[in-house]
Each structure stands twice: as C-alpha cells, then as structure tokens.
Write a protein that binds this ligand. Structure first.
Ligand SMILES: [Zn+2]
Length: 253
C-alpha cells in the first residue's frame, strides 16, 4: 500500500544523503497520507536515511504512535507529529543534523542573506533553544511547532534542523538551502564577517525565483540521478538489502 508515496520517501532519503545531510542512522523524513491526513509515513529507526525501502517505512499517527510497519519509530517522532498537527498545509517534515547549520547555531548569530540560499530565509530563521537535547516528548514537539510558527524551517540550537514543505521535494529543498545558507555565512564570518548583503529591493524577486515547485522537483530529480550514478544501481532497489530484520531494534534519534 502507498507504494508511490513510499518511493518518494525512499528517493528523498537518497537525495538528503547524496547532498551530505545523512548522519549515520540519525535524521528522518515524513510524508502525510493524502487520504488520511492524521497519519504519515516515516523513516524507521536503526538505518541510514538512504536505506529506506518499501518494507521498512512505518506509518505513524499525530500522537506519535506507530500504526503500521515492523520497524521501530524514532524517539524524535514528535517533531513530525506535532509540526504536521499544527500545520495542515504542510505534508512533509525533515529533521537532520547538518554540520554547518549546527556549527552556525553555536555562534548565536542571526542568519543573513549573504547569497541566494540565505535569501530564501530572509526575515529570519526561528531558533529553538528550550533544550539542546533530542525532542522526545509530544510537549517538546509542540514547543518546536510553536517556535516554527508559519516559517519554512527552524534551527534546533546545537542539534539540527526542522524543514517543512507541502511536498517531499519542497521539504528537502528547504533543508538543503538552509544548510548551504549557513555554510555560506560561516565562510564569510571566518573571512572577517560579511560586509555586504543581498539588496533589500532584490529579496522578493530572488525568493520568488528560489521557491517554486518545478525547481524543487528538478533539483530533487537531479540529486537522485547523481545518487544513482554514484552508487550501484543494481543493489539499490533490492527489497532485502535493508529489510526490517536486518538491523537491531533501536529507538534511534
Ligand atoms: Zn535530532
């Protein structure tokens, strides 16, 4: 059931990994079921984000309870359940630990529009600093969702990111853009600090050019092709490569 949606999630994991957002078996992505909006598909705990398969993806409800699938859920499931509960227009959530964003969060600086990527987040990225620990309760998940408000992404201080989208392609795009924006600003900070920023009068047009579904789709497909060029295509879709019984039960991160 939901084969096409699961394939989209599998592909998203491969794109995130291919673009450097994997973190061993940590990090996760979810996709709301269009015919049952109180439930969502999600990567299970215990495997890399690029190792999802039709058989190991799980289904979870908005209380964070697993309702289908043999694999364990991540104990940070509440990031997904509470953001999806609070934002009915959002269908996909990414949580990852991108190193530049995490390093940037330790500076205590505001993300600025240093380049195209930073322009996407003009107006600020909320920073969740209630804790630097993992988000393992529904209360903390609710606090993350309320800090996020209607913004596309949030930084979990000294921890990682939460990125959202109406589609999987959008939540992945927002994740990649946030990491690149933080990396770009870090480079400028390391070189003495940025002196010039994207012109205010250019922000709206640049945002419009960077926030389009066709761009999300094309960039997603491009990164997926890159992943497939890099890794052995004949191994990728073998269902048994990472079935539910090939890794240890784990609450994960
Ligand atoms: Zn985490």
């Amino acid at each position: 059931m939901y084969e096409d949606l699961k394939q989209k999630l599998i592909d998203a994991g491969r794109v995130l990994y291919s673009e450097g957002l994997g973190d061993y078996v940590a990090g996760h992505i979810s996709l709301r079921l269009p015919d049952n909006p109180g439930r969502f598909l999600m990567k299970p705990a215990g495997i890399g984000i690029e190792e999802m398969s039709q058989s190991n993806i799980i289904t979870v409800d908005l209380d964070g309870m697993k309702v289908d699938g043999a694999s364990n859920r991540h104990n940070e499931v509440f990031i997904h359940s509470e953001v999806l509960r609070a934002r009915p227009e959002i269908n996909s959530v990414v949580h990852a630990h991108p190193i530049h964003t995490v390093a940037f969060s330790s500076l205590g600086r505001e993300l600025r529009a240093v380049g195209n990527d930073g322009t996407v987040f003009h107006g600020g990225v909320p920073v969740f600093s209630e804790t630097t620990d993992l988000i393992t309760t529904s209360e903390r998940g609710k606090a993350v969702a309320s800090t996020l408000k209607k913004r596309p992404a949030l930084i979990l201080r000294n921890h990682g990111i939460v990125a959202t989208g109406a589609s999987v392609q959008e939540s992945v795009w927002i994740s990649l853009k946030l990491e690149k924006a933080c990396k770009t600003q870090m480079l400028a900070e390391a070189a003495g600090g940025p002196q010039l920023f994207v012109k205010e009068e250019d922000v709206a047009d640049k945002q419009k050019k960077s926030l389009r579904q066709d761009l999300y789709d094309n960039a997603f497909d491009y990164s997926l092709r890159n992943f497939k060029r890099t890794y052995c295509a004949c191994c990728l879709d073998k269902e048994d490569v990472v079935g539910p019984s090939t890794f240890k039960a784990s609450p994960g991160g």
